[in-house]
Write a protein that binds this ligand. Structure first.
Ligand SMILES: [Mg+2]
Length: 370
């Protein structure tokens, strides 16, 4: 396929409700959509870089710069036959995994469409429904936190992930456990703690959690290995795993016993599959994390999470969890068994709606002939 053009769309989407983590509180989510044209087809990818350098160093601004000034010019006008061709061309770029992943995703969509198969089938998916959970943001009071969980339990989510931060951890988890003694529960600290906080994790270790996600420094694996040796609840790494190499290093020293795979964080769907395969070989379960994606990114997450070693529920909520009006259709809904159906139409299975895109677009730029 000859890549004719790449258009970057910077959009800003109002969230259904504010979402708070240990980084802060968000009411809108900006993102960059990548529209790639080749052979009369259009592929879409979503860049999950945030408004500021909080979850990762990449932002809308850095991703815009890297994609428009470097990545797009490397491939526009080029004949590329396989997704690995994108990965190889980007191999000279250090870092910026979210920028690379977004462009690669748009190519995967094109590539699957050109073959007339769904992305899920193309990458080796083994299931047509994916079990999902919900990531619940931090609320201002314990009462509000319990009420928000109640709403998601009532909506049918079979696994709850709580965001924790210093001062909002053991007592909250204990209250949730008292209210829902048997619900599948896990916590995510987004790197808000230090090794001196080990006693907090020994207390959480008693609360029958599925896993404790990224308790320590966002780039660390060594301290996580020391903490894992002190608790029996599996540590799950998120922020620290930037590539298949990072995954291997972490597993080699028992820094974690579960990995949260996010396509953007690890630099693309190809790398995400490599981490999946490595973890499968080592008997380590993985799950698919979420970055408040629109339906464009959500569809790719569902395809990935349909691979066999995605053994734990993903943070791939229904579309209505985050947005009243998504920019792509169809919307994803929660089935009765806390699953979401994996699209089976060619490509990612969602189409961007131009009028909705216009409503939320901040700026656009076209590289190549538009
Ligand atoms: Mg996380």
């Amino acid at each position: 396929m000859k890549i004719e053009s790449i258009t970057l769309h910077h959009i800003d989407m109002p969230l259904v409700a504010p979402f708070e983590t240990s980084f802060g509180r968000e009411t809108h989510r900006p993102c960059i959509l990548i529209e790639m044209r080749a052979d009369g087809l259009t592929g879409w990818g979503e860049c999950v870089a945030g408004a500021g350098p909080w979850y990762a160093y990449e932002t809308i601004g850095t991703a815009w710069h890297i994609i428009s000034d470097f990545l797009a010019p490397m491939i526009v006008g080029q004949e590329i036959t396989e997704p690995i061709g994108i990965v190889e061309r980007f191999a000279s770029v250090r870092g910026h995994p979210m920028a690379r992943a977004a462009v690669e995703a748009a190519f995967w969509d094109l590539y699957a469409q050109a073959r007339g198969v769904s992305l899920a089938r193309l990458i080796g998916a083994t299931r047509d429904r994916v079990t999902v959970g919900v990531s619940v943001g931090i609320e201002l009071t314990l009462e509000a936190q319990l009420a928000s969980i109640e709403r998601f339990v009532a909506a049918g989510y079979a696994r709850i992930k709580l965001k924790i931060k210093p001062g909002w951890d053991v007592a909250v988890v204990r209250a949730v456990r008292e209210r829902w003694p048997d619900i599948a529960l896990q916590v995510d600290a987004n790197s808000a703690y230090t090794p001196d906080d080990a006693p907090i994790f020994r207390e959480l270790d008693e609360m029958n959690l599925l896993l404790i996600e990224q308790p320590l420094h966002h780039d660390d694996i060594v301290d996580h290995a020391r903490l894992q040796a002190q608790i029996s609840t599996p540590i799950c790494l998120d922020e620290s795993i930037h590539s298949p190499e990072h995954a291997r290093w972490a597993l080699d020293i028992d820094a974690c016993r579960v990995i949260n795979i996010k396509i953007g964080r690890v630099g693309g769907l190809t790398a995400a599959r490599q981490i999946h395969d490595l973890c499968a070989e080592r008997g380590v379960p993985v799950w698919c994390g979420g970055m408040l994606e629109t339906n464009v990114g959500r569809a790719v997450n569902l395809a990935l999470a349909a691979l066999p070693n995605f053994a734990l529920p993903g943070d791939i909520s229904a579309s209505a969890r985050y947005y009243h009006r998504d920019i792509a259709a169809p919307d994803f809904v929660l089935n009765d068994d806390s699953t979401i159906t994996v699209p089976d139409t060619p490509g990612t299975g969602v189409a961007v709606l131009p009028e909705r895109l216009r409503d939320v677009q901040v700026r656009e730029v076209i590289i190549g002939k538009g």
